[in-house]
Design a protein around this ligand. Structure first.
Ligand SMILES: C[S@@+](CC[C@H](N)C(=O)[O-])C[C@H]1O[C@@H](n2cnc3c(N)ncnc32)[C@H](O)[C@@H]1O
Length: 230
């Protein structure tokens, strides 16, 4: 990807695989809706998504984040100024609409179709669930919902299990490191359902192997899941 090294220098929690994958997600379904990001922090994922969208002449990224300290989640600084500087330095400011609001505030009166919803805000269960339930109805059929910290944090993990995996409206699970993405459909086919449960099974084995600290389980499991799902 163009300027990967520059994106990797922006502070943030994304791995190189995740950076590359978000760039690819930003390129999907251009012309069909905007990209919504919940949780921008200093702009690393915003830049990946905006660069991806710009590469295909796609729509803007609506970057929602109150940018306030949030002690419960370990955020101690106001990040708005640094976010804006990083966006400008990356040359994506024409493709990013900063919304300095919580996701709940931002959804009020929202009326644009969303082709990609990226959830990486407050990772506590009730907030991830709220983000998902408030914004999922705006995602177009065939659109993508991607979430971060779906392997190591309980909140996103539980939402994925309760709302996404058990539902018949999401298929084509992709797992790249700590990121999980799914495609929203009207109804999943039988083949799609079988593929979905095979991937969920492999993911369960990977999580169990990580907990038991099998040698190489982390690296090997990540590689297998990425190969299997993307
Ligand atoms: C894990 S960081 C985001 C990291 C970012 N995506 C990146 O790639 O570097 C989580 C962010 O979510 C924001 N946040 C917390 N609660 C939020 C809410 N209710 N709505 C939107 N953003 C929220 C925090 O301010 C913080 O900046």
């Amino acid at each position: 990807m163009k300027d990967l090294q520059n994106i990797l220098k922006v502070p943030g929690m994304l791995t190189q695989n995740e950076v590359e994958y978000l760039y690819r997600l930003g390129q999907l379904n251009p012309g069909k809706g905007v990209i919504v990001e919940i949780g921008s922090w200093k702009g690393k994922s915003t830049i990946c998504l905006a660069r991806g969208s710009m590469a295909v002449g796609g729509e803007k990224v609506y970057a929602i984040d109150p940018h306030r300290p949030l002690a419960e989640e370990g955020y101690v600084e106001d990040t708005e100024a640094e976010f804006l500087t990083n966006i400008t330095q990356a040359g994506v400011e024409t493709h990013v609409v900063p919304m300095v609001l919580t996701s709940k505030e931002a959804v009020t009166g929202w009326n644009q179709p969303v082709r990609l919803l990226w959830i990486d805000g407050d990772h506590r269960y009730e907030y991830v669930k709220q983000d998902f339930l408030l914004w999922e109805p705006h995602v177009i059929e065939g659109g993508i919902i991607a979430m971060h910290d779906t392997i190591r944090k309980q909140g996103p993990k539980r939402v994925l299990w309760e709302i996404v995996f058990r539902s018949n409206r999401f298929q084509q699970i992709s797992i790249v490191d700590n990121l999980t993405a799914v495609r929203k459909v009207r109804r999943i086919s039988l083949r799609g359902r079988l593929a979905k449960w095979l991937i969920i099974g492999c993911r369960g084995l990977y999580i169990a192997a990580r907990k038991m600290r099998f040698p190489y389980a982390k690296r090997a499991g990540r590689w297998v899941l990425k190969k299997l799902t993307t």
